[in-house]
Design a protein around this ligand. Structure first.
Ligand SMILES: C[S@@+](CC[C@H](N)C(=O)[O-])C[C@H]1O[C@@H](n2cnc3c(N)ncnc32)[C@H](O)[C@@H]1O
Length: 316
């Protein structure tokens, strides 16, 4: 961890450990990073990496909806190339993995039995390179992959697939009411937004009655521990109840990366207040086959504390 980084910082799955120089951002923000709601992704660009121009300072401070979205769009645009290089193999091009533990939708069936996905309209939120959407398409579903980051969606285009890619903020979904049967998100959007209830209300709006939304986030308990994969990551160092966002900022104090902490109770209240029914909360255990570390996630910690929380919600 570099000097100055917050000891309790949680790296998103499967985001690289931001405190590690080895996984620092490479690449340049897209020149057209703003105003691309609903924009069609059309170019197939090669992976290009360039050095990060600045060294952000890590802190805990307030960050509102607008600042969080702007910071994270830029961060994911700059880091998408390295992220896909580092984690693309674990994710697979067409697997649906819920988190660093490796829980696969094939076994979890949180969206329902795979054979019942055929013909379903499914929205993937914070899709990244759309690995989950690709798996859904292979089951016969009709996925739409949405992400805030244009560069992430260029990776989706590079890998391929015949389903729509939409560049938009999860807090303002560019779809009509009742457009989808299902929605899903594997660490997409929810860990990064200042107002998760706004996202949940949007997802509920675009779901049809009886629809299901399943999303995974960093398990809230992780915010009490240093984000380290080894023994140093096993001692509580922060208050679990401190909701102050984790922010990385540039020399001018502008946020360049933001993560928001919600306690387990906060998440439940957000879900219920948005009109969903919470039908399950899954805390995947670390399986014996998974010997990989992923940022602060590791077999050592995964055998002792949960790393991921998956919320299964339904709208009546
Ligand atoms: C950790 S990645 C998860 C993506 C994919 N499930 C994976 O495992 O690679 C988080 C993704 O959420 C996207 N994201 C962050 N904030 C978002 C927002 N407000 N709306 C939509 N997508 C967002 C990022 O651009 C990024 O692609």
């Amino acid at each position: 961890m570099r000097e100055g980084a917050h000891p309790g910082r949680i790296t998103p799955f499967p985001a690289q450990n931001l405190s590690s120089e080895a996984t620092r951002a490479l690449g340049r923000p897209s020149s057209d990073a703003a105003g691309r709601v609903g924009r069609k992704i059309t170019t197939r660009e090669p992976i290009i990496q360039e050095p990060e121009a600045f060294e952000p300072e890590a802190t805990r401070r307030a960050a509102d909806v607008t600042e969080s979205a702007r910071a994270n769009r830029g961060w994911w645009d700059r880091n998408a190339d390295e992220y896909q290089i580092e984690h693309g193999t674990f994710l697979g091009d067409d697997r649906f993995v819920w988190g660093p533990e490796g829980l696969d939708e094939v076994e979890a069936e949180l969206l329902g039995p795979p054979e019942e996905l055929k013909g379903k309209d499914v929205l993937e939120i914070g899709a990244g390179a759309a690995q989950c959407a690709r798996w859904l398409a292979a089951q016969g579903a009709r996925p739409v992959a949405l992400d805030l980051s244009h560069r992430q969606l260029q990776h989706a285009l590079r890998i391929g697939g015949s389903f729509p890619l939409v560049c938009a903020d999860a807090a303002a979904l560019p779809f009509a009411d009742a457009s989808f049967d299902l929605a899903c998100s594997a660490y997409g959007a929810l860990p990064f937004v200042a107002d998760p209830a706004m996202v949940l209300r949007e997802v509920r709006r675009v779901l049809r009655p009886g629809g299901r939304f399943v999303f995974s986030v960093t398990h809230p308990i992780r915010w009490a521990f240093p984000d380290e994969p080894g023994p140093e990551g096993l001692s509580v160092s922060n208050s679990y109840f401190d909701r102050t966002p984790y922010v990385e900022q540039d020399d001018h104090g502008r946020a360049v990366y933001v993560e928001h902490h919600r306690t387990l109770g906060d998440r439940v209240r957000d879900i219920v207040a948005s009109g969903f029914r919470l039908v399950d909360l899954v805390e995947p255990e670390w399986p014996a086959w998974n010997t990989s570390e992923w940022g602060g996630w590791s077999p050592l910690r995964g055998n002792l504390i949960p790393g991921t929380a998956i919320f299964v919600c339904e709208r009546d």
